[in-house]
Design a protein around this ligand. Structure first.
Ligand SMILES: [Zn+2]
Length: 153
């Protein structure tokens, strides 16, 4: 799932639960719950990376822009620190992809290198990825955004 959806979900958990000892594990668990829902992606990422580069780059650009917008809103609206931390924790399993993306770009490594067991699990639960999942993600973002506004302290 897109980073913005993971982060806003983390902030919603922070707003709803408020206890850091519960918020942080729930935020982390939410990542895998969201990843197992239908969402944007491809059955064959290696092929998509070659054939649909513009679509992928477009979604990444919008995702990053929305995350920046979210952070601006958080700062200007005085979000509690726990919102930032929970948002980051909810996103954190995807740091593995960010890292891979950067390493791949710089070193041009082959794409069939061995994956860690964690990455294999993380990849396997995302079997419901499809390009049209972007619509589900957009609707989800609107809903979770409304919930976050309602929970705003
Ligand atoms: Zn993920």
């Amino acid at each position: 799932m897109t980073g913005i959806n993971h982060m806003v979900t983390g902030a919603v958990i922070a707003g709803a639960v408020q206890q850091p000892v519960l918020v942080l594990p729930l935020a982390f668990a939410s990542h895998f719950m969201l990843d197992s829902m239908p969402h944007f992606g491809f059955k064959n990422w290696d092929k998509a990376r070659r054939k649909q580069k513009r679509l992928i780059n477009g979604v990444i650009t919008i995702d990053v822009a929305l995350i920046v917008l979210m952070l601006i809103l958080f700062v200007s609206q005085g979000a509690p620190t726990l919102f930032y931390v929970a948002g980051f924790v909810a996103f954190s399993p995807d740091l593995a992809w960010v890292y891979q993306f950067i390493v791949n770009r710089q070193l041009e490594l082959s794409e069939d290198k061995p994956h860690s067991r964690f990455n294999e699990f993380h990849e396997r639960i995302q079997s419901r990825e499809r390009p049209s999942g972007i619509y589900i993600e957009a609707v989800y973002l609107i809903l979770v955004g409304i919930v976050l506004i309602k929970l705003w302290p």
